[in-house]
Design a protein around this ligand. Structure first.
Ligand SMILES: [Zn+2]
Length: 624
């Protein structure tokens, strides 16, 4: 073939173009291990009971026998429930893939340009016939070729591909009560005290995993002579870890929770997380409710301005503490046979007690203004929506229907033993929120159903409806509410993973304060050194949307803290602080980090970073 001079130029131009195109294609291909995202992908089997992927609940009994005695006491799997609590409490962002409804796909892990979307995977896939034929070789590809980290849990490692990645051969699990002990010094186990101690109150029959450790894998923790925590590193920059022990009980060891958190740091290279040691959320229920005038065994005069000021506000100010109060927005007026907003009336009730709601309101307003009271929502009336039909509350005698406690529950019909319809519950939640916002000038973020009366069916589920209504936490201990999920049955209170919940002395209610107000201040000597924090502060951290990207090519780490204006509203007027942690291998490849927060250089320690007040986005830039 003869190529004319002009044509040769054209061919060369085309060749250059082709080369340029392939170069740009190449440049968009991920260089293994060079980019680490601060986001975790939790992969589970069929542990999520809610087919709509919204409610996360603790395990229910399976009906199986334990083998210990002749009772069907075996509970289902709790590992996914525990994982969601831990990740939310630390403020570590995550997504969930459930293999009973999803097919594993490489683009679950990669963006359109083949860059990783996650820094690490938490592998918690149980052995179930309900899984949709997952292709586990995808996980191998992501770890070996894209440098994404992997943390596998307990016995969820039956898949040969996962065992191969971990460098383990899995043999099964059998009961053992021998102790867990650190066997090798490592970033993940640094400072942990052996033998590991299980949380107080937890006594269970625990399964010990048995694995053979293959070449290249290091054992960090042993139970007896059996490895229970192992790690391995890959040329791709990927780090993998396995955390053994019993999938239902391992996270009741503080050390195992710390190991999971450190494994996240070690596999991603860095971590920004919240811990809650010495934090306490003190709660008082019921102000504003009408039951104090109607319920014989719960009758008392509402607190006056003087009592609130002298016995609550003063000691709270002295101790720089917050009392979180579940207020009732509405009042049931028996003589008018209707609902009306609380805080209006002064009268002497049928038991002879003076009820001065306006005085009470002045006292609570003062504490809210001074920042020692946090405003929370205890529903609209703390009473049944239906006071009209049989056996009829309106107009009944104080020593007959009015004396039945079932009337003083709002979100479950405890007088007639049935549920409250979902739309009625939602109206009550929204109206209570609106009224309390108007009454106190504060949007309540916590919702607590009165007397714990709730509905539990799927569509009527009270915490689920409260989550959909925009609350951020349910009840005293029910748990996280968000648009992404609700977690029912929170755990780990009073550990690094969650503040303690403290009942206001003497009885968790304004009722107790009305009888023995001097008992309140004793709470500060019961918890010396404790920080009595606002529930809205806790909720703000649970709802933080943090992101991060580390690029080893430029040695830059950029973290964005995202504070939603609704759920994180506490941060409008309060600074926040987080633990910033770098893994040993990241510090080894980099110099001492220089940290900038919102553009300003931070001097001194960078391990606990303080972020100025304000919702919206804040930035942490780290230059190594
Ligand atoms: Zn109550």
């Amino acid at each position: 073939m003869i190529v004319k001079k002009n044509n040769l130029k054209q061919v060369l131009a085309i060749l250059v173009l082709l080369l340029a195109t392939s170069a740009s294609l190449l440049s968009s291909v991920q260089v293994p291990g060079k980019i680490k995202l601060f986001r975790v992908l939790v992969i589970i089997g069929d542990q999520w009971q809610d087919p709509a992927s919204y409610m996360v609940e603790g395990a229910k009994p399976t009906g199986e026998y334990s083998g210990y005695d002749a009772k069907p006491v075996v509970t289902g799997a709790d590992d996914f429930h525990h994982l969601t609590i831990l990740l939310k409490s630390w403020g570590i962002p995550f997504d969930v893939v459930r293999l009973d409804q999803q097919f594993l796909d490489r683009y679950m892990f990669l963006d359109m340009k083949n860059n990783p979307r996650y820094g690490t995977i938490i592998w918690d896939v149980n052995n179930s016939e309900k899984l949709l034929r997952p292709d586990y070789s995808i996980i191998k590809d992501m770890v070996e070729n894209y440098g994404i980290g992997l943390i596998a849990l307990s016995d969820r490692i039956f898949q040969p591909e996962i065992q191969s990645l971990l460098g383990l051969k899995y043999n099964g699990s059998w009961e053992s009560n021998s102790t867990l002990n650190v066997s090798s010094k490592h970033f993940i186990t640094e400072g942990l005290i052996s033998p590991f101690r299980i949380d107080s109150g937890i006594i269970e029959h625990v399964q010990r995993q048995q694995v053979e450790v293959l070449k290249g894998t290091i054992t960090l923790v042993e139970q007896g002579s059996f490895p229970q925590v192992t790690v391995k590193e890959y040329a791709s920059g990927a780090h993998v870890a396995w955390i053994g022990n019993d999938h239902n009980w391992l996270f009741f060891y503080q050390n195992m929770r710390t190991i999971l958190r450190r494994a996240i740091t070690w596999t991603i290279g860095y971590n920004i997380y919240k811990t809650w040691d010495n934090d306490l959320v003190m709660i008082m229920d019921d102000p504003g409710g009408a039951q104090s005038s109607w319920l014989e065994h719960w009758r008392y005069p509402v607190l006056t301005e003087d009592i609130i000021d002298k016995y609550l506000i003063k000691p709270l100010q002295e101790h720089n503490a917050v009392l979180n109060i579940n207020f009732v927005a509405g009042y049931v007026n028996d003589s008018e046979r209707r609902l009306e907003p609380t805080w209006i009336r002064t009268y002497t009730d049928g038991f002879g007690a003076k009820q001065d709601y306006p005085s009470s309101k002045r006292g609570y307003d003062k504490g809210v203004k001074l920042g020692v009271f946090e405003v929370m929502c205890h529903g609209l009336t703390h009473m049944q929506p239906d006071l009209v039909s049989e056996p009829v509350w309106y107009g009944s005698a104080l020593d007959q229907e009015k004396a039945e406690v079932g009337w003083y529950r709002e979100f479950g019909d405890t007088r007639r033993n049935k549920e409250i319809p979902p739309a009625e519950q939602t109206w009550r939640m929204n109206t209570a929120k609106e009224w309390i916002t108007n009454q106190f000038g504060v949007v309540p973020l916590e919702f607590c159903p009165g007397g714990l009366g709730t509905s539990v069916s799927y569509f009527g589920n009270t915490p689920k409806l409260a989550g959909e209504a925009g609350f951020g936490w349910c009840g005293w201990e029910t748990g996280y509410l968000g648009k992404d999920m609700v977690i029912i049955g929170w755990k780990f209170f009073g550990t690094s993973e969650s503040p303690s919940l403290v009942q206001v002395p003497p009885d968790a209610h304004d009722f107790g304060i009305s009888r023995e107000p001097e008992k309140f201040a004793a709470v500060f000597s019961q918890y010396p050194g404790g920080h009595f924090i606002s529930m809205n502060e806790f909720i703000g951290y649970l709802h933080a949307q943090n992101k991060g990207i580390w690029n080893s090519g430029t040695d830059n780490l950029n973290i964005t803290l995202g504070y939603d204006p609704h759920y994180c509203r506490y941060f409008n007027t309060h600074s926040t602080n987080w633990n910033l942690e770098f893994s040993d291998w990241l510090l080894k490849v980099a110099d001492t980090p220089k940290v900038k927060i919102d553009g300003k250089m931070v001097s001194g320690s960078y391990t606990r970073v303080e972020i100025p007040s304000g919702t919206g986005e804040h930035t942490i830039e780290v230059k190594f």
